[in-house]
Each structure stands twice: as structure tokens, then as C-alpha cells.
Design a protein around this ligand. Structure first.
Ligand SMILES: [Fe+2]
Length: 215
């Protein structure tokens, strides 16, 4: 495995674990079936897996590319479909596939790749959207420090037309109940991450293997 893959693997795994744990709480708040919640957690974990392939397409394994550069590329809009294709080829459920494929759709029709509106966006994708944005805002980025929870929520309210209102309100309840415990701290090693975010080892190993194989 090249260094670029190692680098992105860590970034993506941390983000995936964070989103996945938010999805679990939100899914339960919405009283979804536990089986559905688990599948959405898998989708939350793997939704950006296409970025790894995208990075390798453009730069190969040799160069080190910062996540910021990858984020800014116009090709970033390809990643939900790449994620979808990777998971489809590995036989993931249709619930997981549609949640991943549409995770950048916004309820007002301004998202990508399909400009879906409101209920046209699959429920799982609407759930992941809220968790993904919140996770990104409350995590450090190369170009900025993380926002605290109330700042993140008010930034999301500024763009409220992106989100499903019922899901957003449920998410606010989850966040307020959890207080500051959703501030992510970068763990020293995988075991700490696992313990901290309650993702079982088998699941995590499977994710790691998938990431390594497509690198
Ligand atoms: Fe994404």
C-alpha cells in the first residue's frame, strides 16, 4: 500500500466511525428498526470510500495529496457514485447502496449527483447527510479548527433548506442530550477508537480490508 492510501485510510476511517456513531443515535431517535439502523451505520462508515479510488485515479500511489486538495477538486462530485459502485460490486444491500449514492443530495435540490428534492432522496441518505455535515463541522480540518456544537448547529440552520426538517429536529435532540461527548478526539490507536465509538472489531476489520483492497 502506498503512503497516500495509508494517509486517507486513517482520515476516512475516523470520519466514517464518527458519522456511523451519529447515525446510530439518530436512527434510534427516529425509532427505526435496529436492523435498518445497523445497515445505515455501515453506509455511514463507508459513504466516502469512493474518495480513495478517486485519489488514486488522479495521482497514483506515489504522491502525497492533502485531503484539502482532494476536497477542492471538481472531481469530488464523482465520489458518491464511485462509493456506490464499489459497494454494489461487493454485494451490499440496496438500503446501503441508495444511502451512499445519494448522501450529497440536498432537500432543496441543490445537491449532487442527481439534484433530487425532498422525499425523492432516500431516507437513509437524508439521515447520513445531516450526520456527515455535523461530523465535518465538528472535526478539525487542515484549513480550520473544528466548530463547537452550538456553532455547528447554527451553521446548519443557516442552510436548513438542505436538510429534512424532521430528521434535523431529531438530530438536535440527540446532540443536546449527548452534550459535549460528540467532540471527537483523535485516538492514539485503533483499539482506542473502537472502544470510544463502540464499533465492533469484526465490522471495523471488514471496513479496513475493503479500504485496503481498493487502494
Ligand atoms: Fe461524501
Amino acid at each position: 500500500m502506498g503512503s497516500i492510501v495509508d494517509y486517507n485510510l486513517t482520515e476516512e476511517l475516523e470520519h466514517g466511525i464518527y458519522v456511523s456513531s451519529l447515525v446510530r443515535e439518530l436512527g434510534r431517535e427516529l425509532l427505526l428498526d435496529e436492523q435498518v439502523v445497523y445497515q445505515l451505520q455501515v453506509a455511514g462508515m463507508l459513504h466516502d470510500i469512493g474518495k480513495l479510488r478517486l485519489t488514486n485515479y488522479l495521482y497514483g500511489n506515489e504522491e502525497i495529496v492533502s485531503p484539502l486538495v482532494v476536497e477542492e477538486m471538481k472531481y469530488v462530485r464523482m465520489h458518491p457514485m464511485l462509493s456506490y459502485e464499489i459497494l454494489r460490486d461487493r454485494g451490499y444491500s440496496s438500503l446501503i447502496l441508495e444511502s451512499v449514492r445519494y448522501h450529497h443530495e440536498d432537500c432543496d435540490g441543490t445537491g449532487f449527483p442527481s439534484n433530487l428534492v425532498g422525499d425523492e432522496i432516500p431516507l437513509g441518505a437524508r439521515i447520513i447527510r445531516v450526520c456527515d455535515v455535523f461530523a465535518a463541522l465538528t472535526s478539525d480540518r487542515p484549513y480550520r479548527k473544528r466548530f463547537d456544537i452550538s456553532e455547528a448547529i447554527s451553521l446548519m440552520i443557516d442552510e436548513i433548506t438542505h436538510f429534512d426538517m424532521k430528521i434535523f429536529l431529531a438530530f438536535e435532540r440527540v446532540v443536546h442530550r449527548a452534550g459535549t461527548s460528540y467532540h471527537i478526539q483523535l485516538a492514539e490507536n485503533d483499539a482506542e477508537l473502537l472502544e470510544k465509538y463502540s464499533i465492533d472489531g469484526q465490522f471495523y476489520e471488514a471496513v479496513k480490508e475493503h479500504c485496503a483492497r481498493i487502494g
